[in-house]
Design a protein around this ligand. Structure first.
Ligand code: SAM
Length: 289
């Protein structure tokens, strides 16, 4: 009898990513999604929302380094950062490592994700109680709509969201990005989880088109993520003033004294070098040359 337990994340009806599971640590159903934390055989602890892999301890550094440090090293003096989603805490953890940061506001809709990660994945959640992190349990769409009205301004906004399912659906819409634009300072930058450049081209095209309609500088960059389907993943980059590579002062990375696992100045520049198939598909909407 084979007693091995494997979790399989399916992409549409033709691809599966399998990870061996040692035991289930938490399993719950929130008003928004199912939330599971499991101990895997080779990837440490893993968070799944609605059966989709969010983070694993082994490779979360690539996602969190690249969503955070790319915009925070392009912006010359980021003080106020807003994270939408990001319930595992990995993005906020990286944001507050930058000494210029005065406050990182994080708006996560699902308290169950936060609590499960606080209890079972301290590697990502350990800084959620830091005084610089202002954790708000609420809908990021409504929060940004309010911020756009009240004149609250952020230097950098990071949209660390799930795929466009359920409450994350409006995070991939026009209106959300119009409000993001208003909630950013005059030299603000937004970076968003940008889906797979191989498999989720419809959604990636849509996101880049929205940015094209909203921001004067628009780009997209890639990084490797072992536990997302296909392994290559993207972040979109919308900016009011700073170009992602021309305005990137690489010396600042070394001068910061920060130590990274994935990010460095060479990776920063290289990530924006798009494979031809992406440039062909997205070039019409990019504003990065
Ligand atoms: N790195 C992950 C990925 O792309 O697979 C995303 C990590 S984080 C767990 C994503 C979070 O976004 C989830 O916890 C989810 O609850 C949250 N989220 C989804 N829609 C949201 C909304 N409208 N407002 C705030 N948070 C939202």
């Amino acid at each position: 009898m084979n007693s091995e337990l494997w979790i399989e994340e399916k992409l549409e009806d033709f691809l599966g990513l399998r990870i061996r599971v040692e035991k289930t640590l938490f399993s719950g159903k929130s008003p928004f999604q199912s939330v599971d934390v499991v101990e895997t055989r080779g990837h440490g602890k893993m968070l799944l929302n609605d059966g989709l892999i969010m983070v694993t301890e082994r490779d979360e550094f690539s996602y969190h380094d690249m969503i955070t440090h790319v915009p925070l090293f392009v912006h010359p003096n980021p003080k106020k950062v807003l994270v939408i989603g990001g319930g595992d805490g990995g993005t906020a953890r990286e944001v507050i490592r930058h000494p210029s940061i005065e406050k990182c506001t994080m708006v996560e809709i699902d308290e169950m994700v936060v609590n499960a990660c606080k209890e079972y994945i301290p590697q990502t959640s350990s800084k959620l109680n830091d005084p610089k992190v202002d954790l708000i349990i609420g809908d990021g769409v409504k929060f940004v709509e309010e911020a756009a009205k009240t004149g609250d301004r952020y230097d950098v906004i990071l949209v660390d969201s799930t795929d466009p399912i359920g409450p994350a659906q409006p995070l991939f819409g026009h209106e959300f990005y119009e409000n993001i634009f208003k909630a950013l300072s005059d030299d603000g930058i937004v970076v968003s989880q940008g889906e797979s450049p191989f498999y989720q081209t419809t959604m990636q095209n849509k996101l880049v088109q929205i940015l094209h309609d909203t921001f004067p500088i628009v780009s997209i960059y890639n990084f490797s993520n072992l536990t997302y389907p296909g392994g290559l993943w993207s972040f979109t980059f919308g900016s009011k003033k700073y170009h992602p590579t021309n305005d990137f002062k690489s010396d600042r990375v070394e001068q910061s004294g920060l130590d990274f696992e994935y990010y460095n100045a060479e990776v920063h520049n290289a990530a924006f070098a798009l494979p031809t198939f992406m440039r062909k598909r997205l070039g019409q909407w990019l504003k990065d040359r």
